[in-house]
Design a binder for this molecule. Sequence first.
Ligand SMILES: Cc1cc2nc3c(=O)[nH]c(=O)nc-3n(C[C@H](O)[C@H](O)[C@H](O)COP(=O)(O)O)c2cc1C
Length: 424
Amino acid sequence: MNSSAHFSSHSSVHKTAHEANHGTAQAAASASSHAAETSVVTSTTQVTSTTSRSQAIAQATASSTSPTASETQASSAKSPSDQASETQNRKADHLRVCLEDDVQFHRTSSGFERYRFTHCCLPEFNRNELDLSTTFLGKTLGAPLLISSMTGGTELAQMINYRLAAVAQQYRIAMGVGSQRVAIENPQVGSTFAVRSLAPDILLFANLGAVQLNYEYGLEECLRSVDLLQADALILHLNPLQEAVQTRGDTNFRGLLDKIAQLCRQLPVPVIAKEVGNGISAKMAQRLIEAGVSAIDVAGAGGTSWARVESERAQDPLQRRLGATFGNWGLPTADCVREIRAIAPTLPLIASGGLRDGLDVAKAIALGADLAGLALPFLQAADESEAALVALVDALIAEITTALFCTGTSTLEGLRAEGILVPI
Ligand SMILES: Cc1cc2nc3c(=O)[nH]c(=O)nc-3n(C[C@H](O)[C@H](O)[C@H](O)COP(=O)(O)O)c2cc1C
């Protein structure tokens, strides 16, 4: 499945990536890191790779109707095209709110600060020879990193996805796109998700809300989402709190586990169950594993709070208050990882939710995660520039490498050895 080589050092990642960029398809050139002045052409406007945040947000929202107007439409009266534009407006809102407002948890933390590594004063190996490569769902990655599912469906989203894909390909790290419901409702925006030509070698995840299986979605919509990306797996996100806070959110979660189980049997690619920032308990993980999911992304509390995001964009005072009240709700990421690993020793497991540096990543791996996902930090960097994205991945890799070096651990798995990570 994967033609990329195992990377043995940081610098070799750069070299191989540079070579890979030169071999990438023509379509990739517009968004590659070597095309800083090139435009990303969309159906209605152009978004250059040097576009500033405010310009890009203005462009992304200019072509859609006002979110406030769409919020006031009664859902029962909605035509398919009204529904499609409401979903698109919501996607534009999510990017705007996440980039401009304070959307992170205030009182609940990811839990990684409750652990520290045991320092080793004599590592007895060369830091420059450390190998961060790993495999997940059968594909080789240059480092145990995932750009978590975020966006698609608008012009700004396309620019962000293309930039993220270029850096994911450069470093051979995994990437997810945001919910593809907007592209199911309006296939014209499918191109805003279609990053495979930019990142032919990466582990790439499609994404849909699991609750849509209760709103007329089934195997066909899941297959279309996977096919659009030539994805390696489908993430089904579980977001009850977000739907509860969202105005007219989809809150009928009845009987979903059986539908997830049926989908796991039918879909030709693995299904990954993921929260969106409120965490998955060991008990729920067990049920999802029994239903047949191939992997779990805990997406725990401590980072982006979707109750806060939906509260910020809600017009209705009740929904605004609801989001504020539940802004700190959820299971800390570190606890989810540790508890799920205890009941599922071999499950492919992703830690995400509030990871903000490579030390958090190293702690997540020490607690049992195979991959570590970050969303908001990648969004902020992608919004700034391709150079900012490269700087972020370089920093994460340097931090993970230093955690290995200064614990005297020569492999990622070694971080899990007794006494390396200890509770404070
Ligand atoms: C702008 C934005 C949009 C998101 N959209 C989705 C989505 O469509 N599907 C999904 O599974 N998660 C989505 N997420 C949630 C992230 O994948 C992640 O689980 C969550 O933000 C916690 O990670 P963080 O603290 O690193 O941001 C989104 C996050 C952001 C910041």
